[in-house]
Design a binder for this molecule. Structure first.
Ligand SMILES: Cc1cc2nc3c(=O)[nH]c(=O)nc-3n(C[C@H](O)[C@H](O)[C@H](O)COP(=O)(O)OP(=O)(O)OC[C@H]3O[C@@H](n4cnc5c(N)ncnc54)[C@H](O)[C@@H]3O)c2cc1C
Ligand SMILES: Cc1cc2nc3c(=O)[nH]c(=O)nc-3n(C[C@H](O)[C@H](O)[C@H](O)COP(=O)(O)O)c2cc1C
Length: 783
């Protein structure tokens, strides 16, 4: 077998090693345009888990790599004169140059041919090769040459960054967030060998320009960075080596394989440096390729197997890297945070590290986070314990005069079980049991302001006395038997009206018994949906009056709060999104115009709703579709509602158009809540695939939302909050006297269960290499 490998970086060299081990007879050549020891960059980092993989696949190179490594366990965050250190991270660094020399030696030893100073410009010279590995880095010439086939997407990010080095020793992965007269600068730094550390500097484009970095030579820009970070460098110089300022290219390729050619490493996909995974991904690609080659009968089958088997893992890492890079791009959102909350945000930015996880590793740090959180609650007038504070989820919150006992919320969820808009026994049990279950606040399902405002024939409404009496019964039950507050969500279905019950076909038009629908513009949801009538001013006035009438009825029912539904493509959302609003009057065109009618309704309701009771608005913060609402628009929408007197923005996303492409994942809508809260400076509630109390605490402690709503988890577990209270020891949670023995039992058992769980986690966690090394080098205790 003949294998040609273009590019002698980590991906190309490691692929050569593994393939040669597998097929000693194969003729494997690596073509590298640089000289053998001509490598650029400073250090690379690997996690302990990646090193375990290297040990399994090639012990000799693993041993040499680990002999050269610097290990560390801690992450240190320096911000506004404070330092927070968190242990248990298990990382190590090595010089990129050393890594490549080790891999070159190992490849040679196995019989791979390495041809340096050989620039390949045409893969046709390898016509006789069985396999061509394209590992030529992020600027891949061959990916670009076959652009129509590989279909790469290159997203050049807005921040500027430069790799430099220093002799400054570091005993932790170090983040320094530095205020300057031009704006914020960030340093990501770590030691990779004795006397050498990598320094990646990052800043936004405006700060970069204001600092006059444009056009400076490498040496001049290093001098400027040395001035900014001089207090930390302690006289150590900054070193440069092709340390040009660049914009990070986020690369994804739709295909990785063409005939017998395969893309590996940065050539196919990149991962932002802030999670230190570029070299890891490159070498793990080589592992995946070697595995596929070992298992499949032909090269063609192996390449298909490689792509199919590897893609999900790469995309997961890329997603974590993207979330992390976005956090760094928007660091100004958190700049006025308390430093400990800021540090918590840095640690938890990419979702893998959470509140509970940090409690195990760095209990003192989390205790400081809890205290800072409790102090903000005390500053709002609550008499909470700031010395031994409860977890953020169990800290109270206030909107106008409404106080909620904790931050867990039952999200609005249609039950499609009403008859002519009247909630029945199902609803009483549904809302009643969730209130008793401990959530601080409950939202009703979207309750419709008129018969024709309903989504389905099963939706609840609040336009007549019978409905009002039925809702009053529910609200009274909630207030009599729990400490929960209950908010009414009012909405109008718009073009999504006259559709089937969820279990008969979500958003599908009714075949019989439908009614006429209206929307901002006459655009149907599905091509075969009913075409809505473009709403005229008379209908707008009528519907506005219906909203006000329902709000007044809601107050009479005793609801504590009122939410206006402006999300998910319903009538008011259809005005806000440009994808559903094609109007040419003063309600279409600019965002200001598109917001006019929803704001009109909000203001009319606000005037009718008692001043001491709060109001929220639910928005879709992105349409997840080209040309639709984006996070930046959502900030403008939130500001406009904020000015109109909204107390809380309930940040949801999507469901505007049917061909949207949402990116799902854990807590997938939380970044939008974070953006709205910290840019528009309004209180927010986040929602969406939040399933654990640990996630709730992580979101709250990091300042990404003020309240956290859970929908589906509450459908199967009305006592979600009671269970979490037992876990976190929040014993003040209200419980009706009938259920007290159950509460006492779960609280008693939770103390033991939590101890067992923590012990198991601590015992089950392998020691990090840094810990092992520290133990091995510890002087023996005197006899
Ligand atoms: C200049 C530079 C500095 C970096 N510094 C660091 C760092 O300090 N720490 C860190 O963790 N990561 C660093 N990275 C990023 C990280 O190393 C990459 O994620 C990782 O190297 C990807 O490995 P790769 O093998 O896919 O690509 P690369 O490491 O980019 O290797 C690609 C190789 O292909 C060669 N090549 C390209 N085109 C041709 C051609 N036509 N013919 C022959 N050879 C060709 C290149 O010379 C290069 O050696 C750096 C990347 C670069 C490009
Ligand atoms: C069955 C069901 C009905 C829903 N009905 C409503 C609704 O009436 N109003 C609303 O704003 N959102 C509604 N949603 C959206 C939820 O409130 C929530 O935003 C969504 O389910 C994501 O949260 P989760 O992942 O915690 O379920 C509904 C969701 C479900 C699953």
């Amino acid at each position: 077998m003949k294998v040609a490998i273009i590019g002698g970086g980590p991906a190309g060299l490691y692929a050569a090693i593994l393939l040669k081990k597998q097929r000693p007879q194969a003729e494997i050549t690596v073509y590298e345009r640089n000289r053998a020891d001509d490598t650029f960059g400073f250090g690379v980092v690997f996690s302990d888990a990646t090193l375990d993989n290297f040990e399994k696949y090639d012990p000799p190179s693993y041993r040499r790599i680990t002999q050269e490594f610097a290990y560390w366990d801690d992450i240190a965050v320096h911000f506004r004169g404070t330092t927070h250190r968190v242990g248990g991270n298990g990382f190590c660094g090595c010089s990129r140059r050393t890594l490549l020399l080790i891999l070159q030696d190992r490849a040679r030893e196995l019989g791979v041919t390495l041809l340096f100073e050989t620039d390949i410009d045409d893969e046709r010279r390898f016509a006789d090769a069985d396999l061509i590995v394209i590992a030529d880095g992020s600027n891949s010439r061959f990916r670009d040459k076959h652009v129509d086939h590989f279909r790469p997407k290159v997203d050049l990010r807005s921040n500027k960054f430069a790799w430099m080095g220093s002799t400054r020793p570091l005993d932790a992965f170090t983040f320094i967030f530095q205020e300057t007269e031009w704006g914020p600068f960030i340093a990501h730094a770590y030691q990779y060998e004795v006397g050498r550390s990598t320094w990646i500097f990052e800043t936004d484009a405006e700060t970069f320009a204001r600092a006059g970095l444009e056009g400076l030579s490498e040496a001049q820009s290093a001098d400027r960075m040395a001035e900014i970070f001089g207090w930390f460098l302690e006289g150590h110089p900054l070193l440069t080596n092709r340390s040009m300022w660049r914009n990070f290219p986020m690369i994804r390729s739709e295909r990785w394989v063409k005939d017998n050619m395969v893309l590996l490493g940065d050539a196919k996909a990149t991962a932002h440096f802030s999670i230190g995974s570029g070299t890891k991904l490159a070498m793990e690609d080589a592992i995946a390729l070697a595995d596929a080659m070992a298992q499949a009968p032909t090269v063609e089958a192996a390449l298909q197997k490689y792509e199919q088997g590897r893609r999900e893992e790469v995309e997961k890492t890329q997603h974590a890297a993207d979330v992390s890079l976005v956090w760094f791009e928007h660091v100004d959102r958190f700049w006025d945070f308390d430093p400990v909350q800021f540090a918590f945000g840095v640690m938890t930015r990419a979702k893998a590290i959470t509140y509970d996880n940090l409690t195990l590793r760095a209990p003192d740090f989390v205790s400081e986070v809890d205290k800072a959180f409790a102090k903000t609650v005390r500053a709002k007038g609550f008499d909470v314990d700031t010395e031994k504070p409860l977890a953020p989820m169990f800290q109270p919150f206030k909107l106008r005069e409404m106080e909620v006992a904790n931050r867990a919320v039952v999200s609005p969820m249609c039950m499609y079980s009403a008859a002519e808009g009247v909630p029945g026994d199902f609803h009483l049990v549904h809302y009643g049991s969730r209130a008793i279950g401990g959530a601080g606040l409950l939202f009703t399902e979207m309750t419709c302001v008129g018969r024709d405002a309903r989504i389905t024939p099963g939706c609840t409404g609040l336009w007549n006395d019978e409905q009002q009496a039925a809702w009053t019964r529910i609200v009274d039950f909630v207030h009599a038997n729990s400490a929960a507050k209950i908010s009414l969500q009012l909405g109008h279905a718009g073009r999504k009206g006259a559709t089937k019950l969820m279990w008969d076909g979500m958003d599908r038009p009714l075949e019989q018994g439908g009614w006429d629908t209206v929307s901002a513009s006459p655009i149907p949801y599905f091509p075969d949906s009913q075409v809505p009538r473009e709403i005229d001013r008379a209908a707008m006035d009528r519907i506005k009056a219906e909203f006000v009438a329902s709000a007044l009825r809601g107050d009479a029912c005793g609801f504590d709060m009122l939410e206006l539904h402006c999300a998910h493509g319903y009538l008011l959302a259809s005005f806000i999104s440009p994808l559903t609003n094609a109007r040419t009057d003063e309600y279409g065109g600019t965002l200001e115009n598109r917001l006019r009618y929803p704001l009109e309704i909000f203001e009319a309701m606000r005037a009718a709703w008692p001043a001491h009771k709060p109001m929220s608005v639910r928005i879709s913060a992105t349409d997840w579709a080209e040309g639709g609402i984006t996070g930046d628009d959502a900030v403008a929408v939130a500001r406009a509602f904020g000015e109109a007197g909204v107390d809380l923005v309930d940040v949801s996303t999507g469901q505007t158009v049917r061909d949207a492409q949402p990116i799902y994942g854990r807590m997938f809508q939380t970044p939008f809540s974070e953006q709205v809260r910290n840019e528009a400076r309004v209180a927010t509630m986040c929602v969406g695939n939040i399933t654990t109390a640990d996630q709730v605490n992580t979101i709250l402690a990091a300042g990404r939302a003020d309240l956290v709503a859970l929908g589906r988890p509450h459908l199967v577990d009305p006592s979600f909050t009671m269970r979490a209270a037992a876990w976190y020891g929040a014993s003040d949670i209200a419980c009706p006297p009938q259920y007290l023995p159950g509460k006492e039992q779960i609280f008693r058992n939770s103390v033991r269960d939590r101890q067992d769980f923590d012990d198991l986690k601590i015992k089950g966690k392998p020691k990090t290499r840094a810990e092992l090394k520290a133990e091995a080098t510890k002087p023996l205790a005197a006899e």
